[in-house]
Design a protein around this ligand. Structure first.
Ligand code: IPE
Ligand code: IPE
Ligand code: MG
Ligand code: MG
Ligand code: MG
Length: 300
């Protein structure tokens, strides 16, 4: 694997900037009532985050030459679900975190009830965006997209993975159990980001969908393995969130299950597998390949 080249950095910066302005436009203005809730939604979503899920949506969409304005709407929907998941993940009843994206968490900056409602409202707004006319050329496909995100966010996806995570505190999970937890709490939304990007170009054929699905599942798991590694190895300043919390809170992670060296190797293996899945897709899959490397090699 190689370090990202400058052209990739430019592409990434362009999508990140585009998403910042799209999200700012799509979120309710802070001045509109109920102002405190709208402020909290904006605080949770804007000015921060790597935007990995939108990057994956655009990368998959570029492969199928999807219209950028469609990709923007789908990517915003996924990022809003992600932002909501972080707000709730940080609540005292969950990971009880005070720092996120280098700022006080939403319940610290506002209050717990506002954080709860901001998460709820971000989730609703995500589905509102997927139902917008920009995605509506093919009503059946649009319904499938709504369902895809709903399943990814729900009890068989992210929320379910979060429940497994809470129940696992203090328990030494086996590697297959850990894998199941990570695939749900983090992998499901990453998979949705990729498949929604592809769907923005029209229903993908079965072979392409299978390749993208394999890619997405593999990078989704790699993403959380690296998150576990960084919690252990990186600093709070670099991460913008409290480092070292997993072991202090007795969370089973890939680091606790197999040690740093093996977890690092596994992340690299998963990265290779992701590259293999999209290899036959040719130059159009370039950004997907670059993102697989980025996800494994990232430092924050
Ligand atoms: C953190 O996600 C939570 C996990 C699902 C591991 P990210 O690392 O994508 O967080 P941001 O969006 O860049 O802050
Ligand atoms: C969070 O996993 C997964 C979500 C669904 C938000 P973590 O609890 O490990 O995420 P961080 O480390 O707080 O960002
Ligand atoms: Mg958590
Ligand atoms: Mg957490
Ligand atoms: Mg973590």
């Amino acid at each position: 694997m190689t370090a990202p080249d400058p052209a990739f950095a430019d592409w990434m910066g362009g999508i990140q900037a585009r998403m910042e302005s799209a999200l700012s436009r799509l979120l309710p203005p802070a001045q509109i009532a109920p102002a405190r809730l709208h402020e909290a939604m904006r605080y949770a979503t804007l000015e921060g985050g790597k935007r990995v899920r939108p990057l994956l949506t655009f990368a998959a969409g570029e492969l199928v030459r999807a219209r950028p304005e469609r990709l923007e709407a789908a990517a915003a929907a996924v990022e809003l679900i992600h932002a909501y998941s972080l707000v709730h993940d940080d609540l005292p009843c969950m990971d009880d975190d005070v720092l996120r994206r280098g700022k006080p968490t939403v319940h610290v900056e506002y209050d717990e009830a506002t954080a709860l409602l901001a998460g709820d409202a971000l989730q609703s707004l995500a589905f509102q965006l997927l139902a917008e006319p920009v995605l509506a050329d093919d009503a059946r496909l649009q319904l499938e997209m709504v369902k895809l995100l709903a399943v990814a966010a729900g009890s068989r996806g992210m929320a379910g993975g979060q429940q497994i995570d809470l129940e696992a505190v203090g328990q030494p999970l086996t590697v297959p159990e850990l894998e199941a937890m990570h695939i749900h709490k983090t992998g499901a939304l990453i998979r949705a980001a990729v498949l929604l990007g592809a769907a923005c170009g029209g229903a993908p054929d079965a072979a392409l969908r299978a390749r993208l699905d394999q890619y997405a599942k593999t990078v989704g798991l790699a993403f959380q393995v690296v998150d576990d590694l960084l919690d252990h190895e990186a600093s709070t300043a670099t991460l913008g969130k409290t480092a070292g919390k997993d072991s202090r809170q007795g969370k089973p992670t890939y680091v606790s299950a197999m040690g740093i060296a093996r977890a690092r190797e596994l992340a690299q293996e998963l990265g290779h597998n992701a590259l293999r899945a999209v290899e036959p897709l040719g130059p159009g899959a370039r950004r997907l390949r670059e993102l697989a490397d980025f996800i494994v090699l990232r430092k924050f």
